[in-house]
Design a protein around this ligand. Structure first.
Ligand SMILES: Cc1cc2nc3c(=O)[nH]c(=O)nc-3n(C[C@H](O)[C@H](O)[C@H](O)COP(=O)(O)O)c2cc1C
Length: 345
């Protein structure tokens, strides 16, 4: 397969692993890159020291190109991004913030930068300051899409941008890949589908649940982590969303978060309080959401855990290896192409 994205990154398939907290770990990143895609490490739950160690681990597991993300709204994300630049990570993917300084520094060593966006305004801004390509997240996606679906968002962005568009949200097989290319994308990023593979560290309880649930079984709400977020519909998720933000729980969970990113709790709390009410509220939501996602992904806890998931879970029916999945997707995309060619002839 050949698109501007396979050429830009030197990869076989125009398929990226989305940077998913607790899922896109060094082993998972290496599995995707070794299978011919581009693995993207999720640094959200990592301290700067752990981020550096994770990069070293990936380099031991693969000599193929790989990337790492920085979700700029998360505490500690800017420090992690500085580690990625220092380590000259080939591809840096930023989201939920302005990444102009990342673009400037990555270009100094020949690195490429991807911005994850949900609308044209953010995409254009990223293009203006030199971002190499964008990941466009449609409403179907796990976690943070907005109100436009991939079917409309991809052609809308493709016809208004010069840089390549990578489609995310709603892609699980070769039919989806062919559809994304037909709409003007140059590749796809997959979260939910790759989360249910043999190499994925997602707890088996949730791998099973993701295969049982249908396309209808998700909830899209601002009441889980403060911004529109899609999660798997379970009793625990419904309870969390009904309850909304609990400040006492946020104070308690922020201790876990501080420990996780190796930051003194007092420093984290003071930083949050000084950032203004709306920012503090957002971070309080995030502290609670992080706890719920961690216990779902790592412990398989379905009583208090909540898992971000895309509508595409209803198209996931098995647990292949990443290499098996990519080979199958290539055949499915070719079959889709043949069907379309026959229909149009
Ligand atoms: C378990 C899980 C954790 C995620 N964590 C993050 C994250 O930390 N930062 C982020 O920008 N996106 C995160 N996402 C969203 C993905 O990066 C991606 O946008 C989404 O999975 C694409 O849609 P799809 O699931 O339909 O493929 C997460 C998704 C899942 C399923």
């Amino acid at each position: 397969m050949k698109t501007r994205i396979t050429e830009m990154f030197g990869i076989k398939y125009p398929i990226l692993l989305s940077g998913m907290s607790w899922i896109s770990t060094p082993k998972m990143v290496a599995a995707v890159s070794n299978a011919g895609g581009l693995g993207i490490l999720a640094t959200g739950p990592l301290s700067s020291t752990q981020t550096r160690e994770a990069i070293h681990e990936i380099r031991q597991l693969t000599d193929k190109p790989f990337g790492a993300n920085a979700t700029l709204m998360f505490p500690g994300a800017a420090e992690n991004a500085r580690v990625l630049l220092d380590e000259k990570v080939p591809v840096i993917n930023f989201s939920l913030g302005k990444g102009d300084w990342i673009v400037n520094e990555a270009h100094n060593y020949g690195g490429k930068v991807l911005a994850t966006v949900v609308n044209l305004r953010h995409a254009k801004r990223a293009q203006e300051y030199g971002t190499d390509a964008i990941i466009a997240t449609g409403q179907e996606a796990a976690a943070h899409g907005e109100d436009v679906t991939s079917l409309v968002l991809i052609p809308h962005l493709a016809e208004n941008l010069q840089i390549p568009v990578i489609a995310a949200g709603g892609f699980a097989d070769g039919r989806g890949l062919a559809a994304a290319l037909a709409l003007g994308a140059e590749g796809i990023a997959m979260g939910t589908r790759l989360m249910v593979t043999k190499e994925s560290p997602l707890h088996e309880n949730y791998k099973k649940l993701a295969q049982e649930k249908q396309v209808y079984d998700t909830i899209f709400s601002k009441r889980f982590d403060g911004i529109l977020c899609r999660v798997m519909k379970t009793d625990a998720a419904e309870r969390a969303i009904k309850k909304g933000l609990s400040w006492p729980a946020a104070f308690f969970n922020s201790r876990d978060f501080a420990k996780m990113v190796k930051m003194p709790h007092s420093k984290l709390v003071i930083g949050i309080l000084l950032s203004g009410y709306s920012n503090a509220k957002q971070l309080a939501y995030m502290a609670n959401a992080f706890k719920a996602i961690r216990v779902a992904t790592e412990d398989g806890d379905s009583k208090t855990g909540v898992l971000p998931v895309g509508q595409v879970q209803g198209l996931v029916h098995d647990q292949p290896t990443v290499a098996e999945l990519f080979e199958r997707m290539e055949k499915e995309a070719q079959n889709a192409q043949n069907r379309i060619a026959a229909a149009l002839s």
